[in-house]
Write a protein that binds this ligand. Structure first.
Ligand code: RAT
Ligand code: ZN
Length: 421
């Protein structure tokens, strides 16, 4: 295979990146058949909580007044504030500009009604868009305590190969009282007061059978993680169940919910980092397969070092406040420096279908630059880099590594066979 030179490695990497299949291990997307939960189009795009918060911050509009408006009207206020009265400078607004460009829409200071018409008339359906973006599979976020949302698994008219499940247990473990009430109402547990260990494990079996999750997920901060050390449901029910079933636990650490409830979905902020709790968990439960991402930028160096210390701890993605090009640039290089290919570089966290366009587009730009920089150093140092090398590396990062860390990939992809001799 032909070698690549320091001069053309940028171009070669670009083409390979553009054609590489992606496995997106954390999103909030749903198949379009699950109508109420599947978001797409102009109004959903413009009322993304990253944008509503920015709009409130920039405009000074009272949150209560803003959220009392219809979704269509909120979208218009966001458009007028962030795109017409101001230049779309932030990562979230730039994302919308990227979407417009992708859809072939001439950007401009048009009234919202025109932008809305343009977006909604040129948008693609989910299969078309996923194919165009080479996204093979997205993993959803599925809360078994939300009856209506969970009813997805009672239907069979959607593509299970494209949409994988993740069992999100925030409600169950962090609001056990509320969870008990709703599970008792559904007749799934006996008492609305509390959930018993055996009941919980039976529910996990049942939920795993219906949804076939790729992992169990939990988002929390260090204080909550610490309190799980003495939580019976976590220690005596969930952890043994996860280990027995070789089911990964995805921890999204560092979030403090509803710092400002007036901002609704956008009201969450940073909580306690909890890295010693992560270390404790990884050390105490070597059979527990932990996927981890963190909301604090300044936790990432320590977390990356931790991921070098424990084979059961695997870093993934740039979560939310960290998914900003300025921060990704530095942290991505640091991860390559310390972990090589031992991490999952990104997930999209997309809530609205079209967000996949910029979430992956912007990240690929960052990944491209980090890869090319390293390939050029290697080429100048005399290492033979070929197109096949680059193709293999990118496939590892965007698809094979994430696949190997999911439940469906655990048994087959355990790395190299080590021969006894
Ligand atoms: O990034 C987001 O959209 C957040 O609101 C959260 O959903 C976060 O990603 C989460 O999964 O809790
Ligand atoms: Zn998320």
């Amino acid at each position: 295979p032909p070698s690549v030179s320091a001069a053309n490695v940028g171009q070669v990497t670009r083409v390979i990146l553009d054609n590489a299949p992606i496995l997106d291990i954390h999103t909030h997307l749903f198949p379009p058949q699950h109508q109420k939960f599947s978001l797409s189009g102009a109004d959903d795009l413009l009322t993304y909580h990253y944008l509503t918060v920015e709009c409130l911050t920039v405009s000074g509009i009272a949150p209560k007044r803003f959220f009392a408006l219809s979704k269509r009207k909120q979208a218009e206020v966001v458009w007028d504030t962030l795109f017409r009265a101001n230049t779309p400078f932030s990562e979230a607004t730039k994302g919308v500009v990227t979407v417009l460009k992708f859809l072939g829409i001439e950007p401009g200071l048009f009234p919202y009604s025109e932008i809305k018409r343009a977006i909604d008339s040129s948008r693609l359906n989910d299969e078309e868009l996923l194919n165009r973006l080479n996204i093979e599979r997205v993993i959803m976020t599925n809360d078994p305590c939300d009856e209506e949302e969970w009813s997805l698994f009672e239907r069979s008219d959607w593509n299970r190969d494209r949409y994988g499940a993740a069992l999100r247990l925030d409600t169950l473990l962090l609001k056990p009282r509320a969870a008990a009430v709703s599970l008792a109402r559904l007749g799934l547990i006996r008492s609305a007061e509390s959930i018993e260990i055996l009941e919980f494990q039976a529910l996990l079996d049942r939920w795993a059978e219906t949804s076939r999750p790729e992992y169990v997920a939990l988002s929390l901060d260090g204080v909550q993680l610490k309190s799980l050390r003495s939580d019976k449901l976590f220690l005596d029910a969930l952890l043994p169940w996860l280990q027995e079933n070789r089911m990964p636990l995805a921890l999204m650490v560092g979030v403090k919910r509803q710092v400002n409830p007036d901002y609704e979905l956008g009201g969450d902020g940073l909580g306690v980092a909890g890295l010693s709790e992560v270390e404790y968990l990884a050390r105490s439960f070597p059979e527990l397969r932990i996927l981890i991402t963190h909301l604090h930028h300044d936790a990432h160096h320590a977390l990356t070092v931790l991921a070098r210390k424990f084979p059961n701890l695997k870093l993934f993605g740039f979560w939310w406040f960290n998914n900003q090009p300025s921060l990704v640039q530095q942290t991505l290089r640091m991860r390559f420096d310390l972990l090589g290919f031992g991490f999952v570089p990104q997930h999209s966290d997309a809530r609205v279908l079209e967000q996949l366009i910029f979430k992956w587009g912007h990240f690929k730009d960052q990944l491209h630059d980090a890869l090319v920089e390293r390939y050029q150093e290697l080429i100048l140092a005399g290492w033979n880099v070929t197109e096949d090398t680059i193709r293999r590396d990118i496939a590892t990062l965007l698809h094979d590594k994430p696949a190997s860390l999911l439940h469906s990939g655990c048994s087959t992809a355990c790395g190299l066979e080590i021969s006894a001799s």
